[in-house]
Design a binder for this molecule. Structure first.
Ligand code: DAH
Length: 344
């Protein structure tokens, strides 16, 4: 048996001598050292020997296999290095070749404007409401009823608001103001939130109107909130957003959910107030509606208007983007013309 072992070892060494690649080594390993390999066959027959012989032959077999394993490993390292060197010299990379051009996408100007407005208002202490409190598909309850909008108000008309066919009273929201109700039904004052989102209106489309656009709603309810706070916050917002103060004016107005109400105009960037097509010759562009939250609205959500007051505002994202970047047609935002979008 000893001789048999020596013979196999000699033949394994011969094979090893002839081996030229890692593949050959794998074959040798399989032939001699695997479970079905030649050494194992011998080890299986050890049980027929006397204890003394078992010990001698067994330890010889172990020694030989260990030596063989070491030689195979050494050859393996040698071949590996050689194959790697060959590969490296053959597959050299020319780092001076021009790379593949991968055009980068960009953030849509409405998204980046929304982000800027949100960041400006966050810096003034407002936080963004969760999406669940500001859905695009609304019931009339949130979009109109709880905002003190009378049943016969023209805004409720199908000429102005998109109704769904699925259920009565379900609309595509015409304003983000419904988020105010969602928030006040969930939270107690102090409340200081903003809700950005898309709104829908059944409009004839032109340079200044689209049948969907974007608003950012704001709501601040606490003790002792005054119209002075509203003006202070909005003026500061305009300064932050435009990076410098711009001529603005508060114009008194009417909304069913605020009393008193106002609209804020910013001087037209296109004509610097001289009057042009974009501002219909007025020299001003309206950017938002606002006011002190109507006591009826507060009562509706169970907030006592004798203790708390608040202000609210809703600004038009497209308007603010047009004013910052001197864009004179709202439709440019939505026809996805790359020549336009590329500029942002
Ligand atoms: N929702 C109004 C609109 O879409 C804008 C608005 C006005 C929002 C006054 C307000 C507000 O929060 O207080 O025209």
């Amino acid at each position: 048996m000893k001789e048999q072992l020596e013979k196999i070892y000699a033949s394994a060494n011969e094979d090893l001598e002839k081996a030229k690649s890692i593949n050959d080594l794998d074959e040798i390993r399989a032939k001699y050292l695997s479970r079905k390999g030649e050494f194992n066959e011998i080890k299986k027959n050890l049980k027929n020997l006397s204890d003394e012989d078992k010990r001698i032959v067994g330890s010889l077999a172990n020694e030989i296999t260990r030596k063989l394993e070491t030689s195979i490993q050494e050859k393996h390292n040698e071949f590996y290095k050689k194959e790697l060197d060959e590969k490296l010299s053959k597959e050299r990379i020319d780092v001076t070749l021009p790379g593949k051009f991968i055009p980068r996408g960009k953030v849509h100007p409405i998204t980046s404007t929304t982000n800027e407005i949100v960041a400006s208002l966050q810096s003034l202490g407002f936080s963004v409401v969760p999406d669940a409190l500001s859905p695009e598909v609304e019931t009339e309850y949130f979009n109109f009823d709880m905002l003190n909008v009378p049943k016969d108000h023209p805004a409720r008309d199908v000429q102005d608001t998109f109704y769904t066919l699925n259920a009565k009273n379900v609309v595509l929201r015409s304003q983000t103001s419904g988020a105010q109700i969602h928030v006040m039904e969930e939270q107690k004052p102090p409340i200081r939130v903003i809700a950005p989102g898309r709104v829908y209106r059944n409009e004839n489309i032109n340079a200044r109107k689209n049948n969907f656009f974007h608003q950012i709603e704001g709501l601040y309810v606490d003790k002792d909130i005054t119209f002075g706070d509203l003006k202070g916050v909005l003026n500061e917002f305009i300064r932050i957003y435009f990076g410098a103060s711009r001529p603005t004016r508060f114009r008194s107005s009417f909304f069913p959910f605020t009393e008193p109400s106002a609209e804020v105009d910013v001087q037209c960037i296109m004509c610097e107030g001289k009057g042009c097509r974009t501002c219909s010759g007025t020299g001003w562009l309206e950017i938002l509606g606002c006011g002190m939250v109507d006591p009826n609205v507060l009562r509706g959500v169970g907030i006592d208007p004798e203790i708390y007051t608040g202000f609210a505002f809703g600004m038009g994202v497209e308007r603010l983007a047009m004013l910052k970047y001197a864009i004179d047609d709202i439709r440019l935002f939505f026809n996805n013309d790359v020549r336009f979008l590329k500029q942002f």
